[in-house]
Design a protein around this ligand. Structure first.
Ligand code: UDP
Ligand code: MG
Length: 328
């Protein structure tokens, strides 16, 4: 029987945590009773530098039930980094890791399906939403367009899969070999390869608290997805540059011919328009290239993506070791 760890990033989730904990404890009990996961399985909450009582609640949960454990990041680092921190900590103890949001939007009963696929030998199982009825029209439309854009850019990505997935320790160990600072896990995980499959589920509405992904954060996450996984935008600029260059050569010949024929050109419009068009294009190009240079800059620094402040499980093991030692 394999040991399963849920990894749950939490940022200001004090309203949600008690509900999530209750739902998970039911699910875990059932899975253990059915003999599908080992009794050592746990739920690991990752406090992503919350400003409310999230960490205190996690500590209380940990004290009240051995099934709960927690990791505290030294500050807020964002959902993707918190998730990575949790997975990298959990792989020390777990055989399989299921990553999930704290807001119960992902149907926890899909885990049964995940485990079925795992029994068939999958190393990665993606949770895929079967419908987006509960999302606003705007979110549905933009999400769809974004997935299309990503696949046009050559990014391999599972359609309608957020970060609800099962990964084996082997897969997570392989992920640990990606030293990326700019994280977009959804795009990275398919790169790992291994046998994988999908399980469909219906996504619910957030049960309490509010979304931590306002439009601005969502936009920067979207840009992150493209620029950390694809260099197509740079190539696209090269193509445009080439085209503009060809057009200008053509114009040069055309005006030269006109000049030979003795006709003068009213030059003001052409000059001004081309100055503006080229200036705009150049600025755009520099901006896009700058985006990548910024990435290179950050990657070459090799800064850690997260710093762990507390790991309740490690602390517990430490005190247990101490007790054994004292007992001798
Ligand atoms: N989250 C996090 N750090 C952040 C923002 C969000 O760990 O800086 C967590 C949050 O607590 C939740 C998950 O990421 O468990 C997804 O966030 P949310 O549900 O707000 O996003 P949405 O579902 O609205 O896209
Ligand atoms: Mg959510």
């Amino acid at each position: 029987m394999e040991t399963l760890y849920f990894v749950i990033p939490c940022y200001n989730e004090e309203e949600m945590l008690p509900l999530t904990a209750k739902a998970l404890i039911g699910k875990m009990d059932q899975l253990m009773k059915d003999g599908r996961i080992s009794p050592d399985s746990k739920v690991m909450f990752v406090d992503d530098g919350s400003k409310d009582n999230t960490w205190e609640i996690i500590e209380k949960l940990h004290a009240s039930h051995p099934m709960f454990t927690g990791v505290k990041l030294s500050r807020n680092r964002g959902h993707q980094n918190a998730l990575l921190a949790g997975m990298m900590t959990a792989r020390k103890y777990a055989d399989i890791i299921v990553s999930m949001d704290a807001d119960l939007q992902d149907d926890i009963n899909a885990v049964d399906g995940f485990l079925d696929k795992r029994a068939e030998g999958c190393e990665i199982v993606y949770g895929v939403r079967s419908s987006r009825e509960k999302d606003s029209r705007f979110k549905r439309g933009t999400a769809r367009a974004y997935y299309k854009l990503l696949s046009k850019m050559g990014v391999e990505i599972t359609y309608d899969h957020a970060d609800y997935r099962l990964m084996s320790r082997r897969a997570v160990d392989a992920l640990a070999d990606f030293p990326e600072v700019n994280l977009f896990l959804r795009g990275l995980v398919p790169m790992l390869g291994f046998k994988s499959d999908k399980v469909e589920y219906v996504r619910n509405e957030r049960q309490a608290g509010e979304s931590k992904y306002p439009l601005k954060k969502m936009l920067s996450f979207a840009v992150e997805g493209i620029t950390s996984l694809s260099v197509k935008p740079i190539r696209f600029i090269t193509t445009i540059g080439l085209l503009v260059f060809l057009v200008s050569i053509f114009m040069l010949i055309y005006f030269f011919v006109l000049w030979c024929m003795g006709r003068t050109v009213a030059g003001w419009t052409t000059t001004v328009v081309s100055v503006w068009a080229l200036g705009g294009l150049q600025l755009l190009a520099i901006g896009v290239i700058g985006e990548y240079i910024g990435k290179i800059y950050l990657e070459t620094k090799h800064r850690p993506t997260f710093i762990i402040d507390r790991d309740l499980e490690a602390e517990e093991n430490e005190t247990m070791k101490g007790e054994n030692y004292d007992g001798k």
